[in-house]
Design a binder for this molecule. Structure first.
Ligand SMILES: NC(=O)c1ccc[n+]([C@@H]2O[C@H](COP(=O)([O-])OP(=O)(O)OC[C@H]3O[C@@H](n4cnc5c(N)ncnc54)[C@H](O)[C@@H]3O)[C@@H](O)[C@H]2O)c1
Ligand SMILES: [Zn+2]
Length: 374
């Protein structure tokens, strides 16, 4: 059911508690056209550089710049290419060039309008320009709304690896217009659901059950369940990040599904699977591995697998050899003192982080490979 036009859409606010770096996330259908008012309410003054890409500029650039103008802000666009190829030193330096040319001051604002790529590069630019200027995120993809815009990780890719260069830099505010998700390509939407399912599995049994019960409405993008899931994911991420801003402990649980997921992305040369698709398979396989190790019941694996599949994601490991698979896992950023660590479920809503040894993983891998051959 769509919200009728006479009914004012509800605004949900999630606080992120990080002491002097605390900020609010606002979630609302149609929020883009209130961007200017939100900045005013935050007491932001000065000019606004809207960092975005051609796709998002065309869809939502005018709504945002008009709203800023109505609220008395002067704004300009800084455009980088669409997709992961924009997350480079080269494009970072082009953003900085423009800020310098426009004589941006520390009290001016960098506003990221887009998905995770835009948030990561614009946030990093904001963190280094004049040693840090005001940064606002306006997240327009599901991945950005449930994950990348919360928590302050910013950065670019290095030629030798993803996200190797960056900074922790918190925004002053995050805006999420759930209506903007309607223009996302279906593949991006479904891939983002993998991260949503992850939150239920690592932290909140009831939320996992909610997803099981409402997956059809979610796939139909009904406003209420979508707003609810965005809010719940933000709350969980905010809670985890507030406990461990710099990922030295509990924040690692957010990597559930990612040890195997990252390996599969790399094995497909980042072309075959998009990130969320790899995480979907990663979660199912890491649950299988946990069951093999006697850490969780077969029911946990079954529920994990069924929700992933109902969401439209694959649960199947592509055909790779064990040595390819194991080698790809060694490059994961989460290798600690040379040993691969993996987040494994104990129950729905509860996980552990364990070191993996080659022999055990090989036994499991051989077992599932022989099952697949039968
Ligand atoms: N900082 C973090 O904590 C964190 C967490 C997760 C992911 N990330 C990063 O985020 C990136 C992935 O983010 P993503 O999945 O949002 O990808 P993305 O930013 O590339 O966006 C996906 C595609 O959707 C388009 N798009 C954006 N909003 C749209 C809309 N409303 N309608 C139609 N199209 C739209 C984009 O132009 C792009 O083509 C990766 O670089 C990853 O490393 C960062
Ligand atoms: Zn992820």
């Amino acid at each position: 059911m769509n919200t009728s036009s006479s009914e004012k859409p509800q605004r949900l606010t999630v606080p992120v508690a990080l002491g002097s770096r605390s900020y609010d996330i606002h979630i609302q259908e149609g929020l883009l056209k209130e961007t200017g008012q939100c900045l005013q309410a935050l007491n932001v003054s000065g000019r606004v550089a809207i960092v975005t890409n051609p796709t998002v500029r065309q869809l939502y650039g005018n709504v945002v710049s008009r709203s800023l103008k109505q609220a008395g802000f002067r704004s300009l666009f800084i455009i980088v290419p669409d997709g992961e190829k924009a997350k480079t030193f080269g494009w970072l330096s082009k953003i900085l060039d423009q800020l310098v040319a426009e004589r941006f001051e520390r009290s001016d604002t960098v506003l990221a309008l887009g998905g995770g790529v835009i948030g990561d590069i614009a946030g990093f630019a904001a963190s280094v320009y004049l040693r840090g200027i005001v940064f606002i995120q306006v997240a327009t993809t599901l991945v950005a709304q449930v994950d990348s815009s919360v928590g302050g990780k910013t950065g670019v890719n290095h030629r030798l690896g993803k996200n190797l260069i960056g900074a922790f830099y918190q925004p002053k505010m995050v805006l999420m217009d759930t209506k903007a998700l309607h223009t996302l390509p279906k593949r991006e939407w479904v891939a983002g659901l993998a991260e949503v399912i992850k939150y239920g599995m690592i932290y909140d049994r009831r939320f996992f059950q909610y997803l099981e019960e409402h997956i059809e409405e979610i796939l139909n993008m009904e406003p209420k369940p979508v707003q609810h899931l965005v809010k719940r994911c933000c709350e969980i991420k905010a809670e985890v990040v507030a406990k461990d801003e710099r990922e030295s402990g509990i924040r690692r649980i957010l990597n559930y599904g990612h040890t195997i997921g990252h390996a599969l992305e790399a094995l497909g040369n980042y072309r075959k699977l998009i990130h969320g698709e790899a995480v979907g398979i990663g979660m199912v396989q890491e649950a299988e591995l946990a069951h093999h190790l006697g850490l969780c019941s077969s029911l946990v694996v079954k529920r994990q697998r069924e929700l992933v599949v109902h969401a439209g994601l694959s649960d199947q490991l592509p055909s790779v050899t064990f040595s390819e698979f194991w080698d790809a896992m060694q490059h994961d950023k989460k290798v600690i003192k040379g040993q691969v660590h993996c987040v494994v479920p104990k129950a729905i809503g509860s996980v552990d982080v364990i070191p993996l040894d080659k022999k055990t993983v090989k036994q499991w891998f051989d077992k599932i490979s022989s099952c697949r051959r039968q």
